[in-house]
Design a protein around this ligand. Structure first.
Ligand code: CA
Ligand code: CA
Ligand code: CA
Length: 489
């Protein structure tokens, strides 16, 4: 009841602030919907100061501004005094601010409002938490129906007569990769973008609970495992090896009389690590999108292998409005000529109208960010996978049920390589990313994001089983038809 009263008074204050009486800040600065990412506790906020403003230029001025905000928020909330601290600056100039204790939603609103009171601030949002779009299927091994000419297949086997994606680079922004003899030859470069948990996170692991590898950002994207034993923090489970599985679907070593095939097995995969234990932060993922596409990120060496295609088999675990930090990063990537493909999500919900905890129709991030090519999942019979998100913003579908690919077999840290069958739009997205790489490898000039979207949709194969009232795009991606169309001027 107390929370409700506080929330109402805050909402009232926002309305008044926007009235004619000389508001100290514009309500539009606050992305309140970013609080609806499924989290109950908030400790990392993203604040963007205007380019050229003193806090943007000068560390002391920045500190004064956030100290003032911490004081304001402390007085509003009571309890232990709040302290704000800059963790890092992201590629687009946004600062990640960590709090000395976690706040509930009402507290986070007060903290965001206090930060927004500085007239130099142009936006404040929560650093939303993202999760891999995988439905684990631990021990069931299946067949790779996805590449063939069956009801659910993408006709890659035909496309391979023309191209295997030679000369293209696909960045897999995920949990990193493990060493695998059916994958290693097609993996190059990469980076680990998982920053530390920040001070006073309350998490175990000496500041690296999410990172697992014992440090923050580093040049080694190896996946150390993402197992979790602590049900108070997130769902418990063994390590997923999600990134290794997704990378294998893009470009497993193929025609080597061993294991599995990949969609674009002439392409190279750049593994970019952003998801660790219990998921990953939007601020790290946004920087990874910028870096993977050839943009610059402070403190990180330039990517020597800029991606033709980025695959993002991840998203918000609950309906959440797209953060501005993603919009900026995605627009930058597309402007640099990178095609961005994302998983639609596994909640059997509408990607743009699913309602958040505040009953706003916000949908699921990443698809609701726009710009992206969004992929739903089908089964081997070409029917919509029962878990697949849907809606008019889903562009195309690809195999996502019972997908066999490369993994590690360790339950915690990596042990021996293996293969496993997973379900998820996480598995569908890399089929489309692989087809996009096949297309770029034969196109006379590289297609833009919008040209790629149009080509993939125009060449898609009609669904053999109608998804009915839960649309998942123009049809099932058709590698053979897409490659053929790309070669034709
Ligand atoms: Ca690290
Ligand atoms: Ca690392
Ligand atoms: Ca193989």
């Amino acid at each position: 009841m107390g929370n409700r009263c506080n929330l109402l008074s805050l909402a009232t204050a926002l309305v008044l602030g926007a009235s004619a009486s000389a508001p100290s800040y514009a309500a539009g600065k606050l992305n309140l919907a970013s609080l609806d990412d499924g989290s109950a506790h908030f400790q990392r906020l993203l604040v963007t100061y205007a380019a050229g403003s003193a806090p943007r230029r000068d560390a002391a001025s920045f500190q004064r501004s956030i100290d003032a905000a911490a004081g304001t928020a402390s007085r509003a909330l009571g309890g232990k005094a709040l302290q704000f601290q800059r963790l890092r600056r992201t590629a687009d100039g946004t600062d990640v601010v960590v709090l000395n204790r976690s706040l509930d939603r009402v507290g986070a609103l007060a903290a965001m409002r206090a930060l927004a009171a500085d007239p130099n601030v142009v936006s404040v949002e929560n650093d939303i938490r993202m999760v891999p779009y995988l439905t684990p299927n631990d021990t069931s091994f299946g067949q790779q129906f996805g590449y063939g000419a069956g009801a659910g297949g993408i006709r890659a086997t035909t496309a391979w007569d023309t191209t295997k994606g030679e000369g293209t680079v696909v960045a897999v922004i995920d949990t990193g990769v493990t060493s695998h003899s059916d994958l290693n030859a097609n993996v190059i470069g990469g980076y680990d973008f998982i920053s530390g948990d920040g001070p006073n996170s309350g998490l175990p692991g000496n500041g690296f609970f999410v990172a697992v590898d014992g440090n923050g950002r580093d040049a080694n994207p190896a996946d150390p495992g993402d197992w979790n034993d602590n049900a108070n923090i997130c769902r418990t489970g063994n390590s997923s090896w999600h990134g290794t599985h997704v990378a294998g679907t893009v470009a497993a070593v193929t025609n080597n009389a061993k294991g599995v095939a990949g969609t674009a097995w002439g392409a190279k995969v750049v593994p970019v690590r952003v998801l660790g234990r219990c998921g990953g932060y939007g601020s790290d993922i946004a920087d990874a999108i910028t870096w993977a596409s050839g943009g610059s990120v402070p403190g990180v060496p330039a990517n020597p292998n800029p991606a033709d295609v980025i695959n993002l088999s991840l998203g918000s675990g609950a309906p959440a409005a797209c953060p501005q930090i993603y919009r900026t990063a995605l627009q930058g990537a597309v402007a640099r000529g990178t095609v961005v493909v994302v998983a639609a999500g596994n909640s059997d919900a509408d990607v743009t109208t699913a309602r958040n905890a505040s009953n706003q129709a916000v949908g699921y991030t990443m698809t609701n960010c726009g710009t992206v090519i969004s992929v739903g999942a089908v089964t081997s019979s070409g029917a919509r996978s029962s878990f697949s998100n849907f809606g008019t913003a889903v562009d195309i579908a690809a195999p996502g049920s019972g997908i066999l690919s490369t993994v590690n077999t360790g339950t915690r840290t990596p042990t021996t390589e293996g293969y496993a069958s997973f379900n998820g739009t996480s598995m569908a997205s890399p089929h489309v990313a692989g087809v996009a790489a096949l297309v770029q490898s034969v196109a006379p000039t590289p297609l833009t994001q919008e040209q790629m979207r149009t080509l993939l949709k125009n060449t898609a194969r009609a669904f053999p089983v109608s998804p009915g009232a839960k649309p998942i795009g123009a049809g099932i991606v058709n590698a053979a038809a897409a490659v053929q169309a790309a070669r034709t001027p």
